[in-house]
Design a protein around this ligand. Structure first.
Ligand code: SAH
Ligand code: SF4
Length: 341
């Protein structure tokens, strides 16, 4: 029989599972509190009788996560972690300090199958999905190690969250559970490369999260050249889904736009972007490309980014240029894992 990942169950599900095994329901809260402390071994759960610990090991397992590497930026306190998972795979996560507190960027997959041309994560394809417990553990490990409380989470690390839909939804639901990391939906952002069918599925949950869409281009010609996913779901279908999502949830969509020199940063591109966003409840984040050493693409100049921004502003688009945090520690995800193989 396949063992059940104990840490990916809600308290109620854990209770139900224990009751099925003839174990009193109150044990669930005891086990949960050990799991919330990052415990991965039933034998160390001191308040459980030995017989019960043996019984638990027959049914459950707890995926562990260890810090393999920690880099702290000398410039802005940004911390980058490389974690090793139970099967030896590595994922990255970044802690960022803002005025309002600490925000953590977490990974949802080992690798990614979407193959965007500017991204280090996608270079070798996907290895596997992360379990909900492995997403939670990234936060627990960083909080314990760096002695901070994480108050917001962005799903912008390695992987495409909507390609790991069920585990990501479960993770989002579990984040708010009492006793755990306790981060509410309004403090969570999920970034997608634009899996349109999954955006509609997500819409039905009516979550209060922020949806970030990695747009990076205003038309199919440019977008298909840098993001293979655009051949499956072109810009028009993506924008239609975004409009419906914003209307259905009442939440402002955030569009990510990496500024790549000579690729997507012309005045015409800015005007076209303003046109397709017209009238939509949204915000645009211009991100100076974090150039990946193995790739030829370079970041747009500051002057180009300023001009692009001002064209959007003149058309009434809500736009900011994202600060690049942790520039000295490769804070864009995917690079550290590649360097540590
Ligand atoms: N797969 C999801 C989330 C992870 S990538 C997505 O694509 O949205 C998180 C963000 O980083 C995305 O907006 C992605 O386009 C962007 N990104 C990837 N590589 C980058 C790079 N080299 N420089 C700047 N942004 C990058
Ligand atoms: Fe995957 Fe996002 Fe990287 Fe594209 S940008 S390859 S979707 S992680």
């Amino acid at each position: 029989m396949e063992l059940i990942d104990c840490k990916s169950l809600t308290l109620e599900e854990l209770k139900a599972q224990l009751v099925k095994m003839g174990v009193p329901a109150y044990r669930a809260a005891q086990i949960r509190s050990w799991l919330d402390k990052g415990m991965v071994d039933f034998d160390e759960m001191g308040n459980l009788p030995a017989a019960l610990r043996g019984q638990l090991k027959q049914i459950f397992w707890i995926p562990g996560i260890k810090i393999k590497k920690k880099l702290v930026s000398a410039r802005d306190n940004t911390v980058k972690y490389l974690y090793t998972l139970w099967d030896g795979e590595n994922v990255e996560s970044v802690l960022m300090q803002y005025r309002h507190g600490w925000s953590q960027c977490i990974s949802t997959q080992v690798g990614c199958k979407m193959g965007c041309s500017f991204c280090a994560t996608g270079m070798d394809g996907i290895v596997r999905n992360l379990l909900p417990s492995e997403m939670i553990a990234q936060i627990e490990a960083a909080q314990a190690d760096h002695n901070v409380r994480v108050s917001s989470v962005v799903l912008m690390g390695m992987g495409e969250p909507l390609d790991n839909f069920d585990n990501v939804i479960r993770f989002l639901m579990m984040l708010g559970e009492p006793g755990g990391v306790q981060i509410g939906m309004r403090h969570i952002s999920l970034s997608t490369c634009g899996l349109v069918d999954k955006i509609y599925r997500l819409m039905d949950y009516k979550l209060q999260i922020t949806l970030s869409v990695s747009l990076h281009a205003p038309n199919d010609e440019i977008r298909s050249g840098i993001m293979p996913v655009n051949k499956r779901w072109p810009v028009s279908e993506l924008m239609k889904a975004c409009r419906e999502y914003a209307n259905a949830t009442g939440r402002r969509i955030s569009f990510e736009y990496a500024m790549i020199n000579g690729v997507n940063d012309s005045d015409e591109a800015a005007a076209e972007l303003a046109a397709i966003l017209k009238g939509m409840l949204c915000h645009v984040n211009l991100i100076p490309l974090n150039a990946v050493p193995e790739k030829a693409q370079q970041r747009s100049s500051e002057e180009r980014i300023r001009r692009f921004k001002s064209i959007l502003e003149k058309s009434g688009v809500n736009v900011t240029v994202r600060r690049t945090l942790g520039a000295d520690i490769n804070a864009s995800c995917g690079q550290l894992r590649r360097q540590n193989r």
